[in-house]
Design a binder for this molecule. Structure first.
Ligand code: ASP
Length: 453
């Protein structure tokens, strides 16, 4: 029996009721033997996440002021959960140790990682008590190297060795041991990464990521309120969609499982019968295609720098010099559509902040253009789908949908993989554009088109 690794996010563990749902989910499938919890999240809008409170504790401790106003609610939160669950678990030693160590770290200018990691460390003990299995300390499993990256060899060897004699265990997410011997966390949302590493380490059949939504939606529900959930998405599509603004997993969580060919299943703790979204490699048997497109994602606030120069196409090294100017100013670009005598670079506004005048002056000096125009107010929309590739008429359909809706397309970019079509539109037309594409490809398709059926 190949095991399943089940990671539960903060909203799935926010209070005793949620933790009971987790217990039922784990009990429903004997393959769910490795459980990775986050810290308790928000119980309702306006509520505080335990991790945020712990960062605040560190912040206050480093200013040398009392942090009880933040630590008190953390203690109360955990005690309430333990009491509501009727657990015989004394949290005082853990909470006292955390308080002392946060004070020490704050006073000595040490990092906030220890404080933040207590959210998962203590919650892990609670979840283990509920499930009746051991809680394994992540500093004995997850190792970082001196550059702050995962030390893969040491980590996977430790997972194999440490978990070998166990049938099941809880492994708190988000942190491990840094090269300096101190606790080190991943970036925010990093329990997803822990789950992925454990899944790879134990050779899981599936990595389940339990949260409070049904999965990845075809598009942003703030723009299309009744957007469907994506049934199956490939890792590459997910990467394109996440890059363009869709958010479902921590970015770094994809790599360990992808390397091992382990599918990720996003599931909803509040609706465990829903199959959720499955993330697989494109050659996986379940990578069937329901719609011509898989998802639509987008981001606002881009600027286009359009450079015009006649005979640019025969000027060797022109593009290289443009990109060198950007690189010299520490700016990465997003897209680079070009014409015969024009070349545009699309850059996120945040990257250009305070640098635009210098960049323009450097471009003038370096490529001596006939004209440079700067146009901000751009939103970029990526329509992504493995079903689009080699299928004639996809771009025509997309452009017609936008044209019919009166959306002016300011930029077009399609990678040769045909996995996506990217368009740039005025920010004011962003929502309209996304809705038009959604309706053309998804909701107007009464019968989903089984492209490879
Ligand atoms: N508790 C951490 C955070 O809020 C990590 C996680 O939940 O994945 O970022």
């Amino acid at each position: 029996m190949q095991p399943i690794v089940s990671k539960f996010g903060g909203s799935s563990l926010a209070d005793a009721d949620q933790i009971r749902k987790v217990r039922a989910i784990v009990a429903a499938d004997p393959r769910r033997c490795w459980v990775v919890p986050s810290a308790p999240g928000r119980r309702h809008p306006g509520d505080a996440k335990v991790t945020d409170l712990l960062y605040l504790c560190h912040e206050l401790a480093s200013q040398g002021v009392t942090f009880q106003e933040a630590f008190g609610p953390v203690c109360q939160r955990y005690r309430q959960i333990v009491s509501d669950l009727g657990l015989d678990l004394d949290l005082d030693p853990l909470l006292n140790e955390a308080r002392e160590r946060i004070t020490y770290n704050g006073r000595h200018g040490l990092s906030a990682d220890y404080a933040a990691s207590r959210g998962e460390a203590i919650n892990g003990r609670i979840v283990a008590a509920v499930l009746g299995c051991p809680c394994i300390e992540p500093t004995e499993l997850i190792y970082f190297n001196a550059r702050g990256r995962l030390d893969e060899d040491r980590t996977y060897a430790a997972i194999t060795e440490r978990l070998a004699g166990l049938d099941r265990a809880v492994i708190p997410g988000f942190y491990g041991l840094g090269a300096d011997g101190n606790v080190k966390t991943f970036s925010r949302g990093g329990s997803d990464v822990t789950g992925s590493i454990i899944a790879r380490g134990v050779g899981a059949e599936t990595y389940e990521n339990w949260t409070d939504v049904h999965g990845l939606l075809i598009t942003d529900p703030a723009v299309v309120p009744d957007a469907f959930t994506i049934e199956v998405v490939t890792y590459r599509e997910l990467r394109e969609l996440s890059y363009s603004g869709a958010r479902v997993l921590h970015e770094d969580a994809v790599f360990p499982v992808r390397a091992a060919g382990i599918p990720v299943n996003i599931r909803n703790t509040n609706d465990p019968d829903h199959p959720g979204t499955l993330i697989v490699d494109s050659d996986h048997p379940q990578a069937k295609i329901s719609y011509e497109i898989t998802g639509i994602a987008g981001r606002k606030d881009f600027t286009v720098i359009q450079i015009e120069k006649s005979m640019m196409n025969s000027e060797i090294g022109f593009g290289k010099r443009v990109l060198e100017v950007l690189a010299d100013h520490g700016i990465s670009f997003e897209h680079m559509p070009s014409g015969i005598d024009t070349l545009s670079v699309v850059v996120a506004d945040t990257r250009l902040e305070g640098k635009l005048d210098d960049v323009l002056a450097a471009l003038q000096a370096s490529v001596k253009p006939d004209k440079i125009e700067v146009d901000s107010n751009l939103a970029v929309i990526a329509t992504v789908g493995r079903g689009m590739s080699h299928l004639p008429g996809m771009s025509a359909k997309l452009f017609k949908a936008l044209g019919d809706a009166g959306v002016n397309i300011r930029m077009i970019d399609q990678g040769s993989s045909e996995l996506n079509i990217i368009v740039g539109v005025n920010i004011e037309q962003y929502e309209l554009a996304v809705r038009s594409i959604y309706h053309a490809f998804v909701s107007d398709t009464t019968t989903p088109r089984a492209v490879n059926a």
